[in-house]
Design a protein around this ligand. Structure first.
Ligand SMILES: [Mg+2]
Ligand SMILES: [Zn+2]
Length: 194
């Protein structure tokens, strides 16, 4: 049974500053609020799943092993702060590589489908948080509730989405604000006996 709810999290611009193509963990600046946000979501029973486009691999800026090493450090940092991530899924493909099949770049649902299969997730009861239009479109593509953060490219995305007639379920100032909103959605509203 696929009953576990997840919060899918974009990486750059959502959990950490978008600094281009970091090849080394020392170039990654995680927003301090991201640890608190993931901690709260995990405490509420959500799986925390990072879905990220790392085209620096396909572009040849760094290789898959280096990305893997960076992500191990990334996971260690969250675990050390009491906010363990369940998984990190990456699309390594460059957008303009012709002939290379890619079904994993957001907004395609590939990474979400893979995560659901691996972790037994209920996508329809899940959320997607990100700072770009593709993140919102990805959330919609997997049937999750899409939340836009205004960090990273969020402000530009907000205007872009409006121009496309797309509206995220919520627009949050940042990752902690997004987590608080998600937790409020899950909170029971009834007043009956427990
Ligand atoms: Mg991003
Ligand atoms: Zn891909």
């Amino acid at each position: 049974m696929q009953t576990r709810r997840a919060v899918f999290l974009d990486r750059d611009g959502t959990l950490n500053e978008d600094t281009g193509y970091p090849a080394d963990f020392r170039q990654v600046h995680i927003y301090p609020a991201a640890f608190e946000a993931v901690r709260l979501l995990k405490q509420a029973g959500f799986a925390a799943v990072v879905v990220t486009h790392q085209s620096g691999v396909g572009r040849g800026y760094f290789d898959a092993a280096e990305l893997e090493a960076l992500h191990r450090r990334f996971e260690e940092e969250f675990a050390r702060r009491g906010a363990p991530l369940d998984a990190i899924y990456s699309c390594p493909h460059a957008p303009d590589v012709s002939g290379e099949a890619c079904s994993c770049a957001k907004p395609q649902p590939g990474l979400g489908i893979r995560a659901a299969r691996d972790l037994g997730l209920d996508l329809g009861a899940s959320f997607m948080v990100g700072d770009k239009t593709v993140d919102i479109r990805f959330g919609l593509a997997i049937g999750a509730v899409p939340v836009l953060v205004l960090t990273g490219y969020g402000r530009a995305a907000s205007a872009e989405l409006a121009a496309q007639g797309l509206r995220p379920a919520h627009t949050a100032a940042g990752i902690l604000d997004a987590a608080s909103w998600i937790l409020a959605q899950g909170r029971p509203t009834g007043h009956g006996p427990v």
